[in-house]
Design a protein around this ligand. Structure first.
Ligand SMILES: [Zn+2]
Length: 273
């Protein structure tokens, strides 16, 4: 927009000169220069990603979401954008494998914010969630997708507070995980109550994000049962183990549909051997 205003001013200024002071050959020269400037600037303007349009292709869709960064992270814009783009592609791929491609067509978010200050992150997240902004949030709570805004701390903060999650592409997987929760809600036609117990919906997000798929953790039946029945949030790597244990035996779509049932855990526990 600024470029256009600037160009209009130059055009008026040059037209003014051309009417009064300049010989004919120079008038032609100025007009060619102005035409050239307008064409080249318009080209530049068109090459910028659009923030309002909803282009059809996936890449254009990714480009339409601009990252909001504090000044201290501005120099890392490209790196952070790449993580976000990768997460968006991951969720699209996962959705198409399970024929949920249509559910992933509409944007899951309209803005993305990264933070390097956990206090600022907490305030932003609690404000989005319309919660008390003085509430304490655990350090491990470092990414979320709330009110169509994806918020996340930096990759190094995530590795520091969740070292057991370190693996190849762990940060883009974290962002994918947060988007996967929203995909889960769409699969359930918006019914968040039907997401099932904590171990299940966190396990689903980890499965969708391909987190810790090479983990060699093994749990006994007793440990699994204990975790499945716990209302308090527990170990994500253990949730991952439990989820993958059941999804090997029962189709994913069937598990997602059954998770809302009161006897969901009991039904699964009965199948342990
Ligand atoms: Zn989660």
């Amino acid at each position: 927009m600024l470029v256009e205003i600037f160009l209009n001013r130059i055009t008026v200024m040059l037209k003014g000169y051309s009417e009064t002071l300049l010989p004919y050959s120079m008038k032609i020269g100025f007009l060619i220069l102005v035409a050239f400037l307008i064409i080249s600037c318009n080209r530049q303007h068109q090459s910028q990603p659009s923030t309002s349009a909803k282009p059809a292709t996936q890449n254009a869709r990714i480009a339409s979401i601009r990252l909001i960064l504090p000044a201290s992270l501005e120099r890392r814009r490209t790196e952070l954008q790449n993580y976000f783009d990768a997460a968006t592609r991951n969720i699209q791929n996962f959705s198409s494998i399970y024929e949920w491609g249509d559910l992933a067509k509409e944007e899951f978010m309209d803005s993305v914010m990264f933070f390097d200050d956990k206090h600022q992150f907490n305030i932003a997240l609690l404000t989005l969630a319309e919660a008390d902004t003085t509430m304490k949030l655990a350090d491990t709570y470092c990414a979320a997708l709330e009110k169509k805004t994806l918020v996340a701390m930096t990759p190094e903060f995530y590795s520091k507070v969740f070292p057991e999650g370190i693996e190849e592409h762990s940060f883009e997987k974290l962002l994918t995980h947060e988007i996967a929760h929203r995909l889960h809600v769409r699969i359930l036609k918006g019914d968040e109550e039907a997401m099932g117990p904590i171990w299940f919906y966190e396990g689903f997000a980890m499965f969708a994000a391909d987190q810790l798929s090479k983990s060699n953790i093994v749990l006994s039946n007793g440990e699994m049962i204990k975790l499945m029945n716990e209302a308090e949030r527990g170990s994500y790597s253990k949730y991952n183990y439990i989820f993958r244990y059941f999804v090997k035996a029962i189709p994913l779509k069937e598990l997602l549909a059954k998770a809302k049932n009161n006897n969901f855990n009991e039904e699964l526990i009965a199948q342990l051997h």
